[in-house]
Design a protein around this ligand. Structure first.
Ligand code: ZN
Ligand code: ZN
Length: 436
């Protein structure tokens, strides 16, 4: 029979963590120091945050773009009827703080789009990322961000009474993308037009789910996270699957789809070799920023800010697909909907009556010329763009930016002056202890 080591015998009833600390390998100190990001504050995210709060996790970051609606309430332990219309991330942060048994818990949050508004510096600061998401596009993105900065992540998914948890630990394949086939990649592409503008999604799928499934999957997810944070063996690269209807339980090694090995952007491409802190902010103008990185001890003369490989680019203008008239946009690609790339007013557009037929032809033909920018430098970028801030160009706060130096080699820099803004509480705590 296994012997238990009983710690903290004195005042054990005054210690909220007494029972869990009786587990031999448990480290309450490690959990208190841990930095955990929860992406998505919906059904699974609520359960996960509740678990993290009760377990005594000391630093939690929450991100979600959505607001609370009545249909959420049957699956969201942290939300009340009176929260309707409030930001999910903000309410979840407040309730997580209230529920935490630590006197000095740090909880920060972001109300924004996970793909476009969350800087990759946040991923680098975390010990682990917990995916509580409901769509493939965001999972692909979270996977990529985690891989580039070498942060493990645990993805959770539910469908009816079925639950699934995958542990991904860079640099060890498979990553999330390895486990997805061509059909899933296709599903992500459907959210964008063929020239990379956002499509208005009329009918986003609402999945059949129930609170008990979220509670189950979150328990499995957080249990793996705790094991990892306490230095125990975890199911890296594996998937736990449970089908509640038949009580089937499986642990499997995630199958690697063969197309992954040739795909760009996958785990076979790899991790940023080094990320340096740069005393810069996304509120800087492009001009000031380029002067800074062009200094000798950064990238040096000829430095270029590159958005290549990020699926972001800056659009100065496009030509209407009906009448070819120039439409000024001056916005990052992800802030542009496909319908904005046509004349907004039918009277401006001589071919408007034939829009439907022309649209089809335009898609088959070569796309009309447009003025877009993916690289910026002091030498080649026009002055009216140099006056814009990095944020106006589409770079979020506390992002890790790619700089191409004069030799054409890439260097990676975190916009470190943004850190206290994005992580007002977490930035004061110690840096990661678990990451190798
Ligand atoms: Zn991969
Ligand atoms: Zn037009």
């Amino acid at each position: 029979m296994k012997k238990f080591i009983i710690k903290n015998i004195t005042n054990s009833e005054d210690n909220p963590f007494d029972r869990q600390e009786r587990i031999e390998w448990w480290s309450q100190e490690k959990l208190k120091k841990a930095k955990v990001m929860v992406v998505g504050a919906g059904a699974i995210g609520n359960e996960t945050l509740k678990n993290l709060a009760l377990l005594g996790i000391g630093n939690i970051f929450i991100v979600d773009f959505d607001t609370v609606s009545t249909s959420n309430l049957s699956r969201t332990v942290l939300f009340r009827k009176s929260d309707k219309g409030k930001k999910k991330a903000e309410v979840a942060a407040q309730r997580t703080r209230e529920m935490s048994l630590l006197d000095d818990v740090n909880v920060d949050w972001l109300h924004g789009d996970i793909v476009w508004d969350l800087g990759s510096g946040v991923y680098q600061d975390m010990d682990i990322v917990l995916g509580c998401l409901d769509n493939i596009e965001t999972r692909f993105h979270v996977n990529r961000q985690c891989w580039q900065v070498n942060t493990p992540w645990i993805d959770a998914g539910i469908l009816e009474l079925g639950v699934r948890v995958n542990f991904f630990q860079p640099p060890q394949p498979p990553c999330y993308q390895c486990t997805q086939g061509a059909a899933q990649l296709q599903a992500v592409r459907k959210r964008y037009s063929c020239d990379n503008f956002k499509k208005e999604l009329l009918n986003e799928g609402k999945m059949p789910t129930v609170q008990v499934a979220s509670a189950l999957v979150s328990s499995l997810q957080v249990q793996e996270a705790v094991k990892y944070l306490c230095g125990q063996e975890v199911m890296a690269g594996q998937q736990v699957y449970y089908q509640g209807k038949l009580n089937d339980f499986d642990l499997m090694t995630a199958a690697v789809k063969s197309e992954c090995r040739t795909a760009q952007e996958c785990c076979y491409i790899g991790i940023y070799p080094q990320v340096k802190a740069l005393p810069a902010s996304s509120e800087m103008t492009l001009l000031d920023f380029l002067h800074l990185v062009s200094q000798e001890h950064y990238a040096g003369a000829g430095a270029k800010l590159s958005l290549k490989g990020e699926q972001r680019f800056f659009v100065e203008s496009v030509n209407c697909k009906n009448c070819q008239k120039n439409i000024p946009l001056m916005r990052p690609s992800f802030r542009i909907y496909e319908q904005e790339t046509y004349c907004q007013n039918p009277e401006d557009c001589p071919d408007f009556a034939h829009k439907k037929t022309l649209k089809k032809e335009a898609n088959q033909d070569k796309l009309p010329p447009r003025v877009i920018y993916e690289e910026f430098s002091l030498q080649d970028t026009p002055p009216h763009l140099l006056r814009l801030t990095l944020q106006e160009l589409g770079i979020p706060e506390y992002h890790i930016v790619s700089i191409k130096d004069g030799q054409g080699d890439y260097q990676y820099y975190a916009l470190s002056n943004d850190q206290p803004k994005v992580l007002p509480n977490l930035s004061y705590s110690e840096t990661n202890m678990n990451k190798k």
